[in-house]
Every structure is written in C-alpha cells, then in structure tokens.
Design a protein around this ligand. Structure first.
Ligand code: ZN
Length: 127
C-alpha cells in the first residue's frame, strides 16, 4: 500500500466508496465526479502506477468488459466508453462509463451502484 494514494485508501476502506465489484485482486467503484450515470473506475488492489504493469491483465480487462456489459444493461445504452489516462491518480485505473447522453441521475450513487451490481450478477452467469 502507498500511504499517499487515494485509491489504496479506498481499497483498504479508509475512504468510503460506492463499490460495484470486488474480488481478491481487483475492485470497481463509482467515480465521485461522474461524467455520466454509473461512471466506474476499475482498479487493481495492489498499487501499480500504470495499467500496463498490472499482473493478470487478462482478468483485469475481462472485468472492465463485464462492467461495460453491466452498464449497458443497467442504463439502457449500447454506447459505453472506456478510457485509460494514467493521469490524476497514480494508481492504475480503467474508466468505464456510459456515454454522456445516457439518461439518469449521475449523482444518484447508491442507486446507480445497485443497478450495476444487479446487472453484473446476471452478466457473471453468462460471460
Ligand atoms: Zn495506490
């Protein structure tokens, strides 16, 4: 853990987050400054600065895909965007979010997280 890192603090529960997914290696939670309803950050639990250095990249990107598929179902759009900047927070993260025109309240965090978690349950059964 990097003590200066806000995402490490989220992983360790020192900062609260609206979690949509968690396993032993990865976690996904809502961005608190969302660009659209359900805007999610997918991160490794281990501190890596760059996405390209994250171990088990196959599982990491497969998770980003499942989040995208869940957002499609949860928010009724095919148009889900993923971006990897590597800026702002120096802890690897993939941004996955429905396009900005998607209907819904992007600040309804509890509700949007629940929608993604529910959709993810059905996605996990089929993917
Ligand atoms: Zn970190």
């Amino acid at each position: 853990m990097n003590n200066e890192c806000i995402f490490c603090k989220i992983v360790h529960g020192d900062i609260p987050s609206y979690k949509v997914y968690e396993d032993e290696n990865f976690t996904a939670f809502l961005d608190i400054r969302p660009w659209s309803p359900g805007h999610t950050l997918v991160i490794p639990k281990e501190h890596h600065t760059w996405v390209w250095d994250v171990p088990q990249s196959d599982k990491y990107f497969a998770l980003a895909r499942r989040i995208a598929l869940s957002q499609r179902a949860a928010f009724g759009t095919d148009f889900v965007i993923a971006k990897i900047f590597g800026e702002e927070v120096p802890h690897a993260h993939i941004q996955v979010y429905p396009n900005e025109g998607t209907k819904g309240d992007k600040m309804a965090f509890e509700e949007n997280a629940a929608k993604i978690r529910n959709a993810l349950d059905s996605i996990n059964a089929t993917v």
